[in-house]
Design a protein around this ligand. Structure first.
Ligand code: FES
Length: 529
Protein backbone atom coordinates (compact mmCIF):
# COMPACT_ATOMS: atom_id res chain seq x y z
CA UNK A 1 0.00 0.00 0.00
CA UNK A 2 1.21 3.47 -0.84
CA UNK A 3 2.09 5.33 2.35
CA UNK A 4 -0.44 8.02 3.24
CA UNK A 5 -2.65 7.62 0.16
CA UNK A 6 -4.95 10.43 -0.85
CA UNK A 7 -8.31 10.22 0.85
CA UNK A 8 -11.28 9.33 -1.27
CA UNK A 9 -13.49 11.82 0.54
CA UNK A 10 -12.30 14.44 3.05
CA UNK A 11 -15.63 14.60 4.88
CA UNK A 12 -17.45 12.71 7.60
CA UNK A 13 -18.83 9.34 6.63
CA UNK A 14 -22.18 10.40 8.06
CA UNK A 15 -22.83 13.10 5.48
CA UNK A 16 -21.84 10.97 2.48
CA UNK A 17 -24.84 9.95 0.35
CA UNK A 18 -27.17 11.09 3.12
CA UNK A 19 -29.98 13.25 1.90
CA UNK A 20 -30.81 15.84 4.52
CA UNK A 21 -33.78 18.18 4.63
CA UNK A 22 -33.00 21.81 3.85
CA UNK A 23 -34.63 24.97 5.24
CA UNK A 24 -34.70 28.61 4.22
CA UNK A 25 -33.00 31.41 6.14
CA UNK A 26 -35.15 33.67 8.32
CA UNK A 27 -36.45 36.57 6.19
CA UNK A 28 -38.54 38.53 8.70
CA UNK A 29 -38.97 39.12 12.42
CA UNK A 30 -40.77 36.26 14.10
CA UNK A 31 -42.22 35.32 17.48
CA UNK A 32 -42.42 31.92 19.14
CA UNK A 33 -42.80 30.30 22.53
CA UNK A 34 -39.45 28.52 22.59
CA UNK A 35 -36.43 29.51 20.50
CA UNK A 36 -33.66 26.96 20.11
CA UNK A 37 -30.28 28.00 18.76
CA UNK A 38 -28.23 25.21 17.21
CA UNK A 39 -29.21 22.34 14.91
CA UNK A 40 -27.17 19.43 16.28
CA UNK A 41 -28.35 16.47 18.34
CA UNK A 42 -29.19 18.64 21.37
CA UNK A 43 -31.16 21.27 19.45
CA UNK A 44 -33.05 18.81 17.27
CA UNK A 45 -33.93 16.47 20.16
CA UNK A 46 -35.02 19.35 22.40
CA UNK A 47 -37.13 20.77 19.57
CA UNK A 48 -38.75 17.38 19.04
CA UNK A 49 -39.51 16.87 22.76
CA UNK A 50 -40.97 20.33 23.30
CA UNK A 51 -43.08 20.22 20.13
CA UNK A 52 -44.37 16.84 21.30
CA UNK A 53 -45.34 18.50 24.58
CA UNK A 54 -47.43 21.03 22.63
CA UNK A 55 -45.03 23.99 22.61
CA UNK A 56 -44.54 26.32 19.66
CA UNK A 57 -40.86 25.87 18.84
CA UNK A 58 -38.55 27.65 16.39
CA UNK A 59 -35.06 26.32 15.78
CA UNK A 60 -32.38 28.43 14.09
CA UNK A 61 -29.02 27.19 12.84
CA UNK A 62 -26.14 29.38 11.67
CA UNK A 63 -25.09 26.95 8.94
CA UNK A 64 -27.02 23.82 7.91
CA UNK A 65 -28.52 21.23 10.25
CA UNK A 66 -26.33 18.46 11.67
CA UNK A 67 -23.07 19.73 10.26
CA UNK A 68 -21.31 20.80 13.48
CA UNK A 69 -19.94 18.49 16.13
CA UNK A 70 -22.93 16.15 15.71
CA UNK A 71 -22.01 15.59 12.06
CA UNK A 72 -18.38 14.91 13.01
CA UNK A 73 -18.78 12.47 15.89
CA UNK A 74 -17.77 8.80 16.04
CA UNK A 75 -21.38 8.25 17.20
CA UNK A 76 -20.79 5.85 20.04
CA UNK A 77 -23.89 5.83 22.21
CA UNK A 78 -22.42 4.88 25.55
CA UNK A 79 -22.13 5.72 29.21
CA UNK A 80 -18.48 4.61 29.09
CA UNK A 81 -16.95 8.06 28.80
CA UNK A 82 -13.30 7.08 29.14
CA UNK A 83 -11.96 6.96 32.70
CA UNK A 84 -14.61 8.87 34.59
CA UNK A 85 -16.42 6.92 37.33
CA UNK A 86 -13.50 6.56 39.73
CA UNK A 87 -12.87 10.29 39.39
CA UNK A 88 -16.56 11.16 39.80
CA UNK A 89 -16.77 9.12 43.00
CA UNK A 90 -13.68 10.94 44.32
CA UNK A 91 -14.97 14.43 43.51
CA UNK A 92 -18.75 14.09 43.81
CA UNK A 93 -19.33 10.94 45.84
CA UNK A 94 -20.94 7.61 44.96
CA UNK A 95 -24.49 8.88 44.78
CA UNK A 96 -23.77 11.50 42.14
CA UNK A 97 -21.40 9.23 40.19
CA UNK A 98 -24.24 6.73 40.04
CA UNK A 99 -26.62 9.45 38.85
CA UNK A 100 -24.17 10.30 36.06
CA UNK A 101 -24.27 6.69 34.84
CA UNK A 102 -28.05 6.47 35.16
CA UNK A 103 -28.47 9.76 33.28
CA UNK A 104 -26.34 8.54 30.36
CA UNK A 105 -28.13 5.20 30.22
CA UNK A 106 -31.50 6.96 30.30
CA UNK A 107 -30.37 8.90 27.21
CA UNK A 108 -29.34 5.67 25.47
CA UNK A 109 -32.71 4.14 26.35
CA UNK A 110 -34.57 7.17 24.98
CA UNK A 111 -32.70 6.99 21.68
CA UNK A 112 -33.57 3.31 21.41
CA UNK A 113 -37.21 4.00 22.32
CA UNK A 114 -37.58 6.63 19.56
CA UNK A 115 -35.80 4.42 17.02
CA UNK A 116 -38.33 1.68 17.77
CA UNK A 117 -41.29 4.04 17.93
CA UNK A 118 -40.63 5.61 14.51
CA UNK A 119 -38.97 2.53 12.98
CA UNK A 120 -35.87 4.57 12.18
CA UNK A 121 -33.41 2.76 9.95
CA UNK A 122 -30.15 4.14 11.37
CA UNK A 123 -27.78 1.17 11.73
CA UNK A 124 -28.50 0.89 15.47
CA UNK A 125 -26.35 -1.89 16.92
CA UNK A 126 -26.16 -2.84 20.58
CA UNK A 127 -22.68 -3.99 21.64
CA UNK A 128 -20.29 -3.73 24.55
CA UNK A 129 -17.87 -0.85 24.95
CA UNK A 130 -14.28 -1.44 26.08
CA UNK A 131 -11.50 0.65 27.55
CA UNK A 132 -8.04 -0.83 27.18
CA UNK A 133 -4.55 -0.05 28.43
CA UNK A 134 -1.14 -0.65 26.91
CA UNK A 135 0.97 0.13 30.01
CA UNK A 136 1.09 -1.15 33.59
CA UNK A 137 0.13 2.28 34.84
CA UNK A 138 -2.89 2.20 32.53
CA UNK A 139 -3.82 -1.28 33.80
CA UNK A 140 -3.77 0.06 37.35
CA UNK A 141 -6.11 2.89 36.35
CA UNK A 142 -8.49 0.39 34.76
CA UNK A 143 -8.51 -1.65 37.98
CA UNK A 144 -9.54 1.50 39.88
CA UNK A 145 -12.21 2.19 37.29
CA UNK A 146 -13.49 -1.36 37.61
CA UNK A 147 -13.74 -0.92 41.39
CA UNK A 148 -15.89 2.12 40.66
CA UNK A 149 -18.09 0.06 38.29
CA UNK A 150 -18.58 -2.51 41.05
CA UNK A 151 -19.39 0.15 43.64
CA UNK A 152 -21.96 1.71 41.30
CA UNK A 153 -23.38 -1.57 40.02
CA UNK A 154 -22.32 -0.91 36.41
CA UNK A 155 -22.41 -4.17 34.40
CA UNK A 156 -18.95 -4.94 33.02
CA UNK A 157 -15.73 -6.82 33.63
CA UNK A 158 -12.00 -6.93 33.04
CA UNK A 159 -9.86 -9.07 30.74
CA UNK A 160 -6.22 -9.25 29.72
CA UNK A 161 -6.60 -9.37 25.97
CA UNK A 162 -8.47 -7.84 23.03
CA UNK A 163 -9.95 -9.50 19.93
CA UNK A 164 -7.48 -7.76 17.65
CA UNK A 165 -3.76 -7.59 17.26
CA UNK A 166 -2.57 -5.10 19.82
CA UNK A 167 -0.60 -5.67 22.97
CA UNK A 168 -2.72 -4.78 25.90
CA UNK A 169 -2.22 -4.92 29.65
CA UNK A 170 -5.92 -4.86 30.57
CA UNK A 171 -9.39 -4.16 29.20
CA UNK A 172 -12.60 -3.10 30.92
CA UNK A 173 -16.00 -3.68 29.34
CA UNK A 174 -19.32 -1.93 29.84
CA UNK A 175 -22.24 -4.06 28.73
CA UNK A 176 -25.11 -3.18 26.40
CA UNK A 177 -23.95 0.03 24.82
CA UNK A 178 -24.69 1.03 21.23
CA UNK A 179 -23.57 2.68 18.00
CA UNK A 180 -25.57 4.11 15.11
CA UNK A 181 -25.63 6.46 12.13
CA UNK A 182 -26.40 9.79 13.84
CA UNK A 183 -27.64 11.65 10.77
CA UNK A 184 -30.06 8.94 9.70
CA UNK A 185 -31.48 8.97 13.22
CA UNK A 186 -31.67 12.76 13.56
CA UNK A 187 -33.15 13.26 10.09
CA UNK A 188 -36.11 11.20 11.31
CA UNK A 189 -36.45 13.37 14.44
CA UNK A 190 -36.32 16.51 12.27
CA UNK A 191 -39.19 15.08 10.21
CA UNK A 192 -41.23 14.33 13.33
CA UNK A 193 -40.58 17.86 14.60
CA UNK A 194 -41.68 19.58 11.39
CA UNK A 195 -44.74 17.30 11.12
CA UNK A 196 -45.82 18.72 14.50
CA UNK A 197 -45.54 22.27 13.12
CA UNK A 198 -42.02 23.05 14.34
CA UNK A 199 -40.16 25.74 12.39
CA UNK A 200 -36.54 25.54 11.30
CA UNK A 201 -34.38 28.25 9.73
CA UNK A 202 -30.92 27.44 8.41
CA UNK A 203 -28.24 30.02 7.58
CA UNK A 204 -29.58 32.12 10.42
CA UNK A 205 -26.90 32.98 12.92
CA UNK A 206 -27.89 34.13 16.41
CA UNK A 207 -25.53 36.91 17.35
CA UNK A 208 -26.98 38.50 20.46
CA UNK A 209 -29.76 38.33 23.02
CA UNK A 210 -31.76 41.05 24.70
CA UNK A 211 -33.47 39.89 27.86
CA UNK A 212 -36.50 42.22 28.03
CA UNK A 213 -40.14 41.41 28.87
CA UNK A 214 -39.72 38.91 26.14
CA UNK A 215 -36.39 37.55 25.04
CA UNK A 216 -35.19 38.80 21.69
CA UNK A 217 -32.63 36.83 19.73
CA UNK A 218 -30.92 39.02 17.15
CA UNK A 219 -29.73 37.27 14.03
CA UNK A 220 -26.92 38.06 11.63
CA UNK A 221 -29.40 38.62 8.79
CA UNK A 222 -30.91 41.52 10.74
CA UNK A 223 -34.10 39.88 12.01
CA UNK A 224 -35.27 39.10 15.50
CA UNK A 225 -36.76 35.95 17.02
CA UNK A 226 -38.86 36.98 20.03
CA UNK A 227 -39.56 34.19 22.51
CA UNK A 228 -40.55 33.34 26.06
CA UNK A 229 -37.71 30.92 26.60
CA UNK A 230 -34.40 30.49 24.84
CA UNK A 231 -32.31 27.33 24.68
CA UNK A 232 -28.70 27.59 23.55
CA UNK A 233 -27.55 24.34 21.96
CA UNK A 234 -24.84 25.93 19.84
CA UNK A 235 -21.89 23.89 21.09
CA UNK A 236 -19.98 26.88 22.49
CA UNK A 237 -22.69 29.12 23.98
CA UNK A 238 -23.32 31.90 21.44
CA UNK A 239 -24.56 34.08 24.33
CA UNK A 240 -22.69 34.16 27.61
CA UNK A 241 -25.39 35.83 29.73
CA UNK A 242 -22.77 36.63 32.42
CA UNK A 243 -22.11 32.90 32.88
CA UNK A 244 -18.40 33.33 31.99
CA UNK A 245 -18.47 30.10 30.02
CA UNK A 246 -15.33 30.95 28.05
CA UNK A 247 -13.33 30.73 31.28
CA UNK A 248 -15.00 27.52 32.44
CA UNK A 249 -14.30 25.27 29.46
CA UNK A 250 -11.53 24.44 27.06
CA UNK A 251 -11.68 23.16 23.48
CA UNK A 252 -9.99 20.08 22.03
CA UNK A 253 -9.69 19.01 18.44
CA UNK A 254 -9.54 15.36 17.51
CA UNK A 255 -9.41 13.39 14.27
CA UNK A 256 -11.16 10.40 12.73
CA UNK A 257 -10.40 8.24 9.72
CA UNK A 258 -12.68 5.61 8.15
CA UNK A 259 -10.95 2.70 6.46
CA UNK A 260 -11.81 -0.63 4.93
CA UNK A 261 -9.61 -3.02 6.93
CA UNK A 262 -7.76 -6.05 5.59
CA UNK A 263 -8.29 -8.07 8.76
CA UNK A 264 -11.58 -9.10 10.32
CA UNK A 265 -13.34 -6.31 12.14
CA UNK A 266 -13.80 -7.00 15.84
CA UNK A 267 -17.20 -6.62 17.46
CA UNK A 268 -17.45 -3.93 20.10
CA UNK A 269 -16.37 -0.31 20.55
CA UNK A 270 -12.91 0.38 21.91
CA UNK A 271 -11.01 3.25 23.46
CA UNK A 272 -7.43 3.17 24.70
CA UNK A 273 -6.61 5.09 27.83
CA UNK A 274 -2.84 5.38 27.36
CA UNK A 275 -1.27 7.85 24.97
CA UNK A 276 -1.63 8.05 22.06
CA UNK A 277 -5.37 7.46 22.60
CA UNK A 278 -7.23 5.50 19.95
CA UNK A 279 -10.97 5.08 19.52
CA UNK A 280 -12.21 2.19 17.38
CA UNK A 281 -15.66 1.21 16.13
CA UNK A 282 -17.18 -0.27 13.00
CA UNK A 283 -19.72 1.34 10.70
CA UNK A 284 -21.59 0.17 7.66
CA UNK A 285 -21.18 2.17 4.47
CA UNK A 286 -23.33 0.95 1.55
CA UNK A 287 -22.79 -2.66 2.59
CA UNK A 288 -19.06 -2.29 3.26
CA UNK A 289 -17.90 -2.67 6.82
CA UNK A 290 -15.62 0.24 7.67
CA UNK A 291 -13.52 0.84 10.73
CA UNK A 292 -13.56 4.28 12.31
CA UNK A 293 -10.36 5.12 14.10
CA UNK A 294 -10.19 8.31 16.13
CA UNK A 295 -7.68 10.01 18.36
CA UNK A 296 -4.82 12.53 18.27
CA UNK A 297 -6.71 14.92 20.49
CA UNK A 298 -5.04 18.24 21.31
CA UNK A 299 -6.13 21.61 22.56
CA UNK A 300 -7.53 23.72 19.74
CA UNK A 301 -4.88 25.86 18.07
CA UNK A 302 -2.07 23.93 19.79
CA UNK A 303 -1.55 20.97 17.49
CA UNK A 304 1.27 20.40 15.07
CA UNK A 305 0.51 20.36 11.33
CA UNK A 306 -2.89 18.63 11.23
CA UNK A 307 -1.91 16.26 8.44
CA UNK A 308 0.48 14.75 11.02
CA UNK A 309 -2.53 13.66 13.09
CA UNK A 310 -4.26 11.94 10.18
CA UNK A 311 -1.03 10.21 9.20
CA UNK A 312 -0.57 8.93 12.77
CA UNK A 313 -4.06 7.40 12.74
CA UNK A 314 -3.42 5.88 9.35
CA UNK A 315 -0.19 4.29 10.54
CA UNK A 316 -1.97 2.82 13.56
CA UNK A 317 -4.71 1.47 11.26
CA UNK A 318 -2.17 -0.07 8.88
CA UNK A 319 -0.19 -1.74 11.70
CA UNK A 320 -3.22 -3.05 13.58
CA UNK A 321 -5.83 -3.91 10.94
CA UNK A 322 -4.21 -3.41 7.52
CA UNK A 323 -5.77 -0.86 5.17
CA UNK A 324 -7.47 -2.14 2.01
CA UNK A 325 -8.92 1.27 1.20
CA UNK A 326 -9.17 4.60 2.89
CA UNK A 327 -12.55 6.28 2.67
CA UNK A 328 -13.09 9.30 4.87
CA UNK A 329 -11.32 11.59 7.27
CA UNK A 330 -12.66 14.39 9.41
CA UNK A 331 -11.99 16.30 12.59
CA UNK A 332 -14.16 17.52 15.43
CA UNK A 333 -14.03 20.06 18.17
CA UNK A 334 -15.16 19.25 21.68
CA UNK A 335 -15.53 21.25 24.85
CA UNK A 336 -14.66 20.07 28.34
CA UNK A 337 -15.87 21.68 31.54
CA UNK A 338 -13.82 22.17 34.68
CA UNK A 339 -15.10 19.04 36.42
CA UNK A 340 -15.76 17.04 33.19
CA UNK A 341 -19.55 17.04 33.80
CA UNK A 342 -21.48 18.99 31.12
CA UNK A 343 -23.24 22.27 31.87
CA UNK A 344 -26.95 21.68 31.31
CA UNK A 345 -29.56 24.01 32.75
CA UNK A 346 -30.25 27.70 33.47
CA UNK A 347 -27.48 29.88 32.04
CA UNK A 348 -27.01 31.53 35.44
CA UNK A 349 -28.37 30.52 38.83
CA UNK A 350 -31.68 32.41 38.86
CA UNK A 351 -32.36 32.71 35.17
CA UNK A 352 -35.56 30.82 34.39
CA UNK A 353 -35.78 31.88 30.75
CA UNK A 354 -32.41 31.10 29.18
CA UNK A 355 -31.00 27.57 29.22
CA UNK A 356 -27.75 26.17 28.04
CA UNK A 357 -26.23 22.80 27.14
CA UNK A 358 -22.51 22.53 26.50
CA UNK A 359 -19.25 20.85 27.52
CA UNK A 360 -20.03 17.30 26.38
CA UNK A 361 -16.35 16.23 26.33
CA UNK A 362 -16.60 14.13 23.14
CA UNK A 363 -19.67 12.23 24.39
CA UNK A 364 -22.34 14.22 22.62
CA UNK A 365 -24.70 11.40 21.61
CA UNK A 366 -25.77 10.55 25.16
CA UNK A 367 -25.00 13.97 26.67
CA UNK A 368 -26.86 15.81 23.89
CA UNK A 369 -29.91 13.59 24.28
CA UNK A 370 -29.72 13.90 28.05
CA UNK A 371 -29.51 17.69 27.73
CA UNK A 372 -32.63 17.70 25.57
CA UNK A 373 -34.50 15.71 28.21
CA UNK A 374 -33.29 17.84 31.13
CA UNK A 375 -33.94 21.20 29.48
CA UNK A 376 -37.36 20.11 28.25
CA UNK A 377 -38.18 19.16 31.85
CA UNK A 378 -37.07 22.64 33.05
CA UNK A 379 -39.23 24.30 30.40
CA UNK A 380 -42.24 22.12 31.22
CA UNK A 381 -41.85 22.75 34.96
CA UNK A 382 -40.92 19.14 35.74
CA UNK A 383 -38.24 18.21 38.26
CA UNK A 384 -35.62 15.70 37.15
CA UNK A 385 -33.46 13.53 39.37
CA UNK A 386 -30.49 14.66 37.28
CA UNK A 387 -31.00 18.44 37.23
CA UNK A 388 -28.72 19.30 40.17
CA UNK A 389 -25.74 17.23 39.03
CA UNK A 390 -25.60 18.94 35.62
CA UNK A 391 -26.74 22.48 36.41
CA UNK A 392 -24.09 25.02 35.33
CA UNK A 393 -24.17 26.85 38.66
CA UNK A 394 -23.05 23.81 40.69
CA UNK A 395 -20.10 24.51 42.89
CA UNK A 396 -17.39 21.97 43.50
CA UNK A 397 -14.39 23.78 44.78
CA UNK A 398 -11.53 21.32 44.58
CA UNK A 399 -11.18 19.99 41.06
CA UNK A 400 -12.80 23.02 39.52
CA UNK A 401 -10.54 25.58 41.06
CA UNK A 402 -7.33 23.70 40.35
CA UNK A 403 -8.36 23.24 36.75
CA UNK A 404 -9.66 26.78 36.55
CA UNK A 405 -6.29 28.18 37.53
CA UNK A 406 -4.31 25.94 35.20
CA UNK A 407 -6.65 26.46 32.24
CA UNK A 408 -6.57 30.20 32.65
CA UNK A 409 -2.83 30.20 33.16
CA UNK A 410 -2.64 28.37 29.85
CA UNK A 411 -4.83 31.05 28.26
CA UNK A 412 -2.71 33.82 29.72
CA UNK A 413 0.42 32.12 28.41
CA UNK A 414 -1.02 32.01 24.91
CA UNK A 415 -2.10 35.59 25.12
CA UNK A 416 1.42 36.72 25.96
CA UNK A 417 3.39 34.15 23.96
CA UNK A 418 1.32 34.72 20.82
CA UNK A 419 2.07 38.42 20.92
CA UNK A 420 5.79 37.96 21.49
CA UNK A 421 6.27 35.08 19.10
CA UNK A 422 8.95 35.68 16.50
CA UNK A 423 7.62 34.43 13.22
CA UNK A 424 10.44 32.33 11.92
CA UNK A 425 8.83 30.94 8.78
CA UNK A 426 9.76 32.98 5.75
CA UNK A 427 9.51 30.66 2.77
CA UNK A 428 9.65 32.24 -0.64
CA UNK A 429 6.13 31.37 -1.66
CA UNK A 430 2.77 30.19 -0.41
CA UNK A 431 1.29 27.60 -2.73
CA UNK A 432 -2.43 27.38 -3.51
CA UNK A 433 -4.27 25.82 -0.57
CA UNK A 434 -1.53 26.73 1.88
CA UNK A 435 -1.77 29.00 4.88
CA UNK A 436 0.68 30.09 7.53
CA UNK A 437 1.58 32.73 10.05
CA UNK A 438 3.77 35.32 8.35
CA UNK A 439 5.14 38.78 8.86
CA UNK A 440 3.34 41.65 7.19
CA UNK A 441 4.99 45.04 7.58
CA UNK A 442 6.71 43.82 10.73
CA UNK A 443 3.52 42.50 12.35
CA UNK A 444 2.30 38.97 12.89
CA UNK A 445 -0.35 38.14 10.26
CA UNK A 446 -2.12 35.12 8.81
CA UNK A 447 -1.91 34.41 5.10
CA UNK A 448 -3.71 31.88 2.95
CA UNK A 449 -3.58 31.45 -0.79
CA UNK A 450 -6.83 30.02 -2.20
CA UNK A 451 -7.20 27.63 -5.10
CA UNK A 452 -7.52 30.52 -7.57
CA UNK A 453 -4.23 31.93 -6.36
CA UNK A 454 -5.76 34.80 -4.41
CA UNK A 455 -3.97 35.73 -1.22
CA UNK A 456 -6.01 36.39 1.94
CA UNK A 457 -4.17 38.20 4.71
CA UNK A 458 -5.66 38.61 8.18
CA UNK A 459 -4.79 40.08 11.52
CA UNK A 460 -4.25 36.97 13.67
CA UNK A 461 -5.61 38.63 16.81
CA UNK A 462 -8.67 36.64 17.92
CA UNK A 463 -11.68 38.93 18.14
CA UNK A 464 -12.89 37.23 21.31
CA UNK A 465 -10.24 38.26 23.84
CA UNK A 466 -7.13 38.92 21.85
CA UNK A 467 -5.14 35.65 21.76
CA UNK A 468 -3.28 34.81 18.55
CA UNK A 469 -4.89 32.30 16.20
CA UNK A 470 -2.92 29.49 14.57
CA UNK A 471 -3.31 27.91 11.13
CA UNK A 472 -5.06 24.52 11.00
CA UNK A 473 -3.79 22.97 7.79
CA UNK A 474 -6.22 20.02 7.90
CA UNK A 475 -9.39 22.08 8.01
CA UNK A 476 -8.04 25.30 6.48
CA UNK A 477 -9.16 27.34 9.46
CA UNK A 478 -7.57 29.75 11.89
CA UNK A 479 -7.99 28.26 15.39
CA UNK A 480 -7.65 30.08 18.69
CA UNK A 481 -5.79 28.21 21.44
CA UNK A 482 -7.48 30.14 24.26
CA UNK A 483 -11.20 29.35 24.11
CA UNK A 484 -11.47 27.47 20.83
CA UNK A 485 -12.86 30.07 18.41
CA UNK A 486 -12.32 29.12 14.79
CA UNK A 487 -12.31 31.28 11.68
CA UNK A 488 -12.34 30.46 7.98
CA UNK A 489 -9.40 31.43 5.77
CA UNK A 490 -11.14 34.69 4.94
CA UNK A 491 -11.73 35.49 8.60
CA UNK A 492 -15.43 34.57 8.98
CA UNK A 493 -16.40 33.01 12.32
CA UNK A 494 -16.79 29.23 12.03
CA UNK A 495 -17.15 28.58 15.73
CA UNK A 496 -17.48 30.86 18.79
CA UNK A 497 -17.15 32.24 21.37
CA UNK A 498 -15.83 34.96 19.00
CA UNK A 499 -18.65 36.76 17.23
CA UNK A 500 -16.72 39.11 14.96
CA UNK A 501 -14.57 37.99 12.02
CA UNK A 502 -10.81 38.36 12.01
CA UNK A 503 -9.76 41.71 10.60
CA UNK A 504 -8.73 41.59 6.96
CA UNK A 505 -5.48 43.26 6.01
CA UNK A 506 -5.95 45.16 2.79
CA UNK A 507 -3.40 44.55 0.10
CA UNK A 508 -3.21 47.27 -2.50
CA UNK A 509 -4.35 46.25 -5.97
CA UNK A 510 -1.31 45.59 -8.10
CA UNK A 511 1.05 45.76 -5.12
CA UNK A 512 0.34 42.47 -3.51
CA UNK A 513 3.40 40.50 -2.54
CA UNK A 514 3.65 37.30 -0.63
CA UNK A 515 3.49 38.66 2.91
CA UNK A 516 6.55 36.86 4.18
CA UNK A 517 8.84 38.75 1.80
CA UNK A 518 10.74 41.69 3.18
CA UNK A 519 10.69 45.07 1.41
CA UNK A 520 13.96 44.32 -0.39
CA UNK A 521 12.58 41.07 -1.84
CA UNK A 522 9.47 42.57 -3.31
CA UNK A 523 10.67 42.69 -6.88
CA UNK A 524 11.62 39.03 -6.85
CA UNK A 525 8.11 37.64 -6.88
CA UNK A 526 5.39 40.00 -7.99
CA UNK A 527 1.94 38.62 -7.34
CA UNK A 528 -1.40 39.56 -8.76
CA UNK A 529 -4.77 39.64 -7.14
FE1 FES B 1 -11.11 33.51 23.41
FE2 FES B 1 -9.81 33.45 21.11
S1 FES B 1 -11.45 32.25 21.71
S2 FES B 1 -9.40 34.68 22.80
Amino acid sequence: MEKHQKWTQPEPLWRANQSLPTFKALKEDTATEIAIVGGGITGVTTAYLLAKAGKKVTLIESDVLLNGTTGHTTAKVTAQHGLIYHELIKHFGEEEASLYYQAQMSALDSIEEWINKYQIDCDWVKEDAYLFSTSQKGAHKLEKEYEAYQALGIPGGTDNSLPFDIETTKSLSMKNQARFHPLKYLTALVEEFTKMGGEIYEHTKAIDVKEKDRIEVETGNGYTVACEKLISCSHFPFYDGKGLYFSRMYADRSYVIAIEPEKNVPEGMYLSIDEPKRSIRTADYNGTSLLLIGGESHKTGQGVDTSFHYNALEEFAAETFGVKKKWFQWSAQDLTTLDKVPYIGPITRNNERVFIATGFRKWGMTNGTLAAKLISAYVLGEKSLFHDLFKPSRFKSDPSMKQFISQNFDVATHLVDGKLELVADRPKSLKSGEGMVVQWKGERAGAYRDEEGKLHVLDTTCTHMGCEVEWNSGDHTWDCPCHGSRFSYDGAVVEGPAKQPLMKIAIEEGHEVPPHIEESDQNDQPDTL
